[in-house]
Design a binder for this molecule. Structure first.
Ligand SMILES: [Zn+2]
Length: 403
């Protein structure tokens, strides 16, 4: 079976994770539970031993070593999909031998992927390309990773060449930042691992953001507007003032590469109370700390202006840049580069403008760079993945295991 055929099966499951689910609920959604059950059977069909789902919905299995003296390599993907776009009723379509032009995803609804708006399309010319119907995401993030890993396992079994033990895990709730929380590293038993959760073929990632979330609660006082002079303290307007003090160019839409940002993700409220939520991101640890301090300074300044307790700030770190951990194990990056070259893929190291389960696992003692799946435009209705990229990634994983 080819990797894309598996993917087309997997996207039938709605595994959208829910960021509002209580911390104690894992997986955060029922759909993931059902998919995890299915994945245990998939693991068995692909030839993995010890396939099981634990109480938190994590799925584990392993391929026994065919020779001694090799390290245990881990391969990890996540089973949930982002809540940023619909994940139910996905209707994938394969565009055969894509001609490089504008791509009509949905004629009825007039949804078109314009070639001049999506630069990835130029790279997909001549390929069979899996797209959506323009109303949901595709779910190749990260079901393509699962499909590629299991196809590689099937291939490894059939080839029966020398390789060490391969540990495989599929995690829930990566998209809501909880994927590594209940990961059983000890049972997994890998010396090092790779997440298969990246984008463009060839991209190898071991630097990611330092990440925190910040919530600013603004307390105001409401009165009848006709009688509000010197009485009303409009929390929404105070919130606007808070936002206006952040550097306007330091947002996701104005930054790239190693540049950090403040990302306002939510602003809701009324005169009485308003809440602003931010994601704070920076590759550089010192700058990351400075960003959090800056938010605190604004809150202090505005509290000085409007009275103590008007602005409440809560900041929580989410994950850290894995770079220092991986740099101490540079050989695992070299191993991945070799595997890519053996499959005819030129590796390119790029900084992740986000995080992965691997970043958290790296800091917990399991060094874990990120490999690509081959897909594009994750978390969006315009998500797509070329069939040949999935085949190539499967090949890369086979070389990685045998390398
Ligand atoms: Zn992902």
């Amino acid at each position: 079976m080819r990797a894309y055929e598996r993917l087309l099966q997997y996207v039938k499951y709605d595994t959208t994770s829910d960021e509002n689910a209580p911390e104690g609920r894992c997986p955060s959604t029922e759909g993931q539970k059902a998919f995890a059950e299915y994945l245990v059977k998939e693991m068995e069909r692909a030839g993995l031993a010890g396939a099981r789902r634990d109480k938190d919905g994590y799925v584990y299995g392993f391929l026994p070593a065919t020779c001694g003296g090799r390290p245990v390599i881990g391969l990890i993907s996540h089973m949930d999909t982002s809540f940023s776009a619909g994940g139910a009723g996905i209707r994938p379509r394969i565009v055969k031998n894509y001609d490089g032009g504008d791509l009509v995803l949905n004629a009825e609804k007039g949804i078109v992927m314009r070639a001049d708006a999506f630069e990835c399309l130029a790279e997909c010319r001549g390929m069979d390309l899996i797209v959506t119907d323009g109303t949901t995401l595709l779910g190749s993030d990260d079901k393509a990773g699962i499909a590629e890993i299991l196809t590689a396992i099937e291939t490894l079994k059939a080839r029966n060449r020398p390789h060490g033990k391969i540990a495989v895990a599929f995690t829930p709730d990566e998209e809501i930042g909880r994927g590594a929380d209940r990961f059983d590293q000890k049972a997994f038993g890998a010396d090092f691992a790779y997440t298969v959760d990246g984008g463009r073929l060839g991209e190898l990632e071991y630097e990611n953001f330092n990440a925190a979330s910040a919530e600013i609660t603004v307390h105001g006082v409401n009165t009848h507007p006709g009688d509000a002079k010197d009485k009303m303290r409009n929390a929404i307007l105070y919130g606007v003032e808070f936002q206006s003090m952040l550097p306007p160019a330091e947002t996701p839409s104005h930054t790239e590469g190693y540049e950090g940002f403040y990302h306002l993700t939510r602003f809701a409220g009324n005169e009485e109370k308003a809440v602003l939520r931010y994601l704070v991101r920076d590759h550089d640890k010192t700058k990351f700390e400075a960003r959090k301090t800056f938010l605190g300074n604004i809150a202090d300044f505005l509290n000085g202006k409007y009275g103590r307790g008007t602005f409440e700030l809560a900041v929580k770190d989410s994950y850290y840049n894995m770079k220092p951990v991986i740099e101490a194990h540079k050989d695992i990056v070299e191993r991945a580069k070799r595997a890519m070259r053996e499959a005819g893929v030129e590796p390119k190291t790029v900084p992740i403008r986000g995080g992965t389960d691997g970043a958290v696992l790296s800091w917990k003692g399991l060094p874990c760079p990120n490999l690509p799946t081959g897909g594009f435009n994750f978390h969006s209705r315009f998500e797509c993945i070329p069939v040949p990229a999935m085949d190539k990634m499967t090949e890369v994983l086979v070389h990685l295991a045998e390398g």
